[in-house]
Design a protein around this ligand. Structure first.
Ligand code: M6R
Length: 606
């Protein structure tokens, strides 16, 4: 989603390069236009905007350079109004320039109210912020009063920065429902959507609390609460390493992140042992678990349901955050709510967390970004150690969420005497062995590119099927393929095929069958045969025992042979070929899989 950056420096310095550096750090969030605003020596707002990539904005700046000691910048992921230069941020008047991440829900009412006092140029919701502040200034308010009064009129979620033509020595920023961080430099201050945007400049970060706003000069941040009371927020030392965000020897972030999985699994599992203090002490008395998440994190939650119910015997519900927050869930006493989020900023998941907290339900966050809002607001937090995940398609965050959920399942199973200590230790040993198994598979996986080329590249559509924990893996495989290769794909529980989706099968439809050699194997094989009988072309994924089955040998159009793995851990391993299938299909189709069209990494609006 949109990303924002701001820099205030000493007179005479030029911060335009810093604004672009910060913006590039936010590219991973997904965007379709970009822009900057600075204040000229003569006290005018000066903007450059471009549709498309930051490189297009750089071209504009090359043709018509801008220079200033103060400025704001933005990457826009369009919500209101198509991606074009007029709708790109900053939205500005002769007095102010505004960048915004979020959605102003009452923009239509404000726009109507201000129509005779402000000439609106864009289709954006953001322009009403510019309008309200401009009108306030024209009515004689100071910048501080103009912003404070405007904030009280805005409904919805926002993180904003405001630049004033007549005041080249400060900017004002605010957050409500969307994240915002302040970076403390030496004689220079920064504002950004996250610590990744700020890490090229400083690791001294202040995270604003919800409702806070701040006046930023080159030396300090003066912070106020939503009701305008001065407040001190602590300065933390961010662990985000500016060198951690590079592709290394790989061509793409997604490829690098797929190959990092053995390491992040190892690190995350080791961290679980240390992070146990991040868990409620009375896991034994938990009567029900409610898992809430979106997208890939939701798929991790679905797998955890199988595990928690099977091994720890805890009833477990899994909901999409966007559905959960608007229905009237019945929440049992002693429920533990688990919120899963890579970014820790997903708007719907955050809303669900706040709902649980209002209901006095214990909340546990499983997040990758430890400084995120969800991490900070949950009662308990355990973090995955995936490191920055830059590609929009989640890979290493998914498997590291799974390893944490597996470790949590084992801990709960033990505490509730649902499995013996010996059985738990056996599984723990298999978890310890898993990174090597993953590594061995990855290092011989080059042939998956050929399968992508021969069997998926030309397809209009694809089906992924599996049973047990391979069903959420089928959902995840389909999500990966559709989000980066733009091929329509569906994941189904293999047993559900006959209840409708089999009608879609005709000659040449690729059916990706995820079939570890487990208790479901024979049943999945029957479902596979039903699709083949109708022309489906099967890509069969199983261990040697599975792929050597006669019917597979005789009829599957392609096979991916997986190492032997304990049934419990199979989803962690079987995720890999599906990630590679999607990656290679996208590569062969010539798409930018790191920044797929229309998608944002951090979904901070609902
Ligand atoms: O940061 P989160 O884990 O809360 O994000 C949830 C989804 O937006 C995310 O998993 C999304 O589905 C990815 N693009 C999947 O690859």
């Amino acid at each position: 989603m949109c990303g924002i950056v701001g820099v205030v420096s000493a007179k005479g310095k030029d911060i335009v390069g810093d604004l672009l550096t910060g913006l590039k750090r936010l590219e991973y969030r997904g965007y379709d236009s970009a822009g900057i605003a600075v204040i000229t020596n003569s006290g005018a707002i000066d903007t450059r905007k471009a549709k498309g990539k930051i490189s297009c904005l750089e071209e504009k700046l090359k043709a018509e350079p801008a220079k200033s000691n103060i400025g704001i910048a933005h990457t826009r992921w369009a919500t209101h109004g198509e991606p074009n230069e007029i709708n790109a941020h900053p939205q500005f008047s002769e007095l102010v320039a505004v960048v915004h991440n979020g959605i102003i829900e009452n923009y239509a009412a404000l726009k109507a109210e201000l129509a005779d006092r402000y000439v609106f140029k864009s289709q954006t919701d953001t322009e009403v912020i510019t309008a309200v502040i401009t009108v306030n200034l024209k009515e004689g308010m100071s910048p501080k009063a103009a912003v404070s009064s405007a904030l009280k009129r805005l409904k919805g979620a926002f993180a904003i920065e405001v630049l004033f033509a007549d005041h080249p020595d400060f900017l004002i920023c605010a957050r409500k429902g969307a994240p915002l961080a302040i970076g403390h430099g030496k004689g220079e201050m920064y504002v950004g959507s996250d610590s990744l945007a700020l890490c090229p400049f400083t690791n001294k970060i202040t995270y604003l609390e919800d409702g806070d706003w701040a006046i930023i000069t080159k030396d300090k941040a003066e912070i106020f609460t939503a009701d305008d009371k001065p407040v001190t927020r602590k300065i933390t030392t961010s662990t985000t390493d500016k060198n951690s965000v590079n592709k290394g020897f790989f061509d793409h972030y997604m490829q690098k992140e797929i190959f990092e999985q053995p390491k992040v699994i190892t690190d995350t599992f080791a961290n679980f042992k240390k992070a146990v203090k991040g868990l409620p002490s009375d896991l034994k008395s938990v009567s029900r678990i409610s898992i809430i998440a979106c997208g890939t994190s939701y798929h991790a939650g679905l797998i955890a349901k199988y595990w928690l119910e099977d091994l720890a015997r805890v009833p477990t519900d899994v909901d999409f955050a966007s559905e959960f927050r608007y229905r009237s869930p019945v929440i049992a006493d002693d429920t533990l709510a688990i919120l899963i989020s890579q970014s820790g900023e997903t708007a719907d998941t955050l809303a669900a967390l706040r709902y649980f907290k209002e209901q006095k339900v214990k909340t546990l966050a499983i997040v990758n970004v430890t400084e995120s809002t969800i991490a900070r607001e949950a009662d308990f937090m355990i973090n995955t150690l995936a490191g920055p995940e830059i590609a929009v398609a989640s890979t290493k965050a998914f498997t590291s969420q799974l390893i944490l959920l597996a470790a949590l399942t084992l801990k709960m199973a033990r505490e509730r005497d649902a499995i013996s200590a010996q059985k738990a230790e056996e599984i723990e040993q298999k978890i310890a062995d898993l990174p090597k198994v993953m590594q061995d598979f990855l290092s011989t996986s080059g042939y998956i590119k050929e399968i992508a080329k021969d069997k998926v590249l030309g397809a209009q559509s694809a089906l992924f099927i599996g049973r047990g924990t391979s069903y959420p893996i089928a959902l995840e495989g389909a999500l990966k393929l559709k989000e980066i290769s733009y091929i329509h794909a569906e994941g189904y529980a293999a047993g559900e095929m006959k209840h409708g989706p089999i009608a879609l099968v005709d000659n040449g439809l690729p059916i990706i069958v995820i079939a570890p050699f487990d208790k479901y194997f024979e049943k999945t094989l029957s479902n596979m045969q039903e699709t083949m009988a109708r022309g489906g072309e099967v890509i069969f994924i199983s261990s040697a025992k599975g792929v050597e089955t006669k019917v597979v040998k005789d009829f599957a159009k392609a096979v991916i042979t997986m190492p032997e793995i304990d049934d419990f851990l199979s989803p962690l391993l079987y995720a890999l070929p599906l990630q590679l299938l999607a990656y290679n299909t996208s590569l062969l189709r010539g798409f930018d899989m790191d920044q797929p069209r229309n998608l944002a990494k951090s979904v901070t609006v609902e």
